[in-house]
Design a protein around this ligand. Structure first.
Ligand code: ADP
Ligand code: MG
Length: 254
């Protein structure tokens, strides 16, 4: 089974060890959740997987279907099919949502086939309209500058729209639920659910259980202090919601 495999990963930020020999495997076709207290290294993991230069890998391996991801620059990781939805998406003034998506799609196509002429305007438009409908987005959003002046909910929808258009093999969603009200959470979650398929592995990083009520992960991992300290079925999320993280802390040494 093809998968994203993280082995013994240790990462420093500003010379501080944040991730500590972390192990995790996300097979394509499965939904995994990482829960954990604030400051435990969840976003560090997401940024490290995308190749953010601030995070220094001191040990370990990350492979996607056997390809060494850590040897690749961020854009090539994306072309390999790794997608990251950021906790804090950045604004790109002057670049519309549609242009941004079209450029990204064409870069991916060209990496697979250097002779590719790019997606046709018509095909792109049809696909964009279909996916925006899925996420209950107003079509006018496509003409706005990426994330500029977007509400929290709009930013998250645009992140999931990117995911829908790029069709990644592994999607890492960092606190996609943060800043969403209940209706936006439901719409975004339903959008993600429609994207689930046997070729897509999803890693949803969250502080709260509520998004997991919609996404129904196959596996829940708990991260504390830069390590995965527990891995179980979806019932673990309910227990954390009721009891918090304190009861788990004894398991840290494992
Ligand atoms: P989480 O997403 O679980 O809340 P983070 O990965 O954002 O946790 O942060 C984990 C720890 O690493 C925190 O103590 C944070 O201050 C530290 N950290 C994260 N990024 C950096 C950075 N770029 N420079 C210095 N410290 C960082
Ligand atoms: Mg975070």
């Amino acid at each position: 089974m093809a998968s994203l495999k993280i082995e013994n990963l240790s990462v420093n930020a500003e010379d501080q060890p944040i991730l500590k020999r972390l192990n995790l495997e996300i097979p394509q076709g499965e939904v995994h959740a990482i829960m954990g207290p604030n400051g435990t290294g969840k976003s560090t993991l997401a940024y490290t997987l995308m190749g953010h230069p601030r995070y220094i890998i001191t040990r370990g391996r990350v492979t996607l279907n056997g390809t060494d991801l850590l040897a690749l620059p961020p854009e090539d990781r994306s072309k390999q099919g790794v997608f990251l939805a950021f906790q804090y998406p950045v604004a790109v003034p002057g670049v519309t949502v549609a242009n941004f998506l079209r450029t990204a799609i064409n870069a991916h196509r060209k990496s697979k086939d250097p002779g590719d002429k790019g997606i046709s305007i018509l095909e792109f438009r049809n696909s964009l309209i279909e996916k925006m409908k899925l996420l209950q987005m107003d079509p006018s959003m496509a003409g706005r500058y990426l994330n500029e002046g977007f509400s929290g909910g709009e930013k998250k929808r645009v992140e999931i729209l990117q995911m829908a258009m790029l069709e990644p093999r592994i999607a890492i969603l960092d606190e996609t639920d943060s800043g969403l009200d209940i209706d936006a959470l439901r719409i975004v979650s339903e959008g993600i659910n429609t994207l689930k398929n046997e070729n897509l592995g999803i890693l949803i990083i969250t502080h709260y259980q509520r998004i997991l009520d919609y996404l129904k992960p196959d596996v829940v991992h708990v991260m504390v202090d830069g390590r995965i300290i527990m891995t179980e079925g979806p019932g673990l999320a309910n227990r954390i919601e009721k009891e918090g993280y304190e009861w788990l802390k004894g398991s840290e040494s494992k």
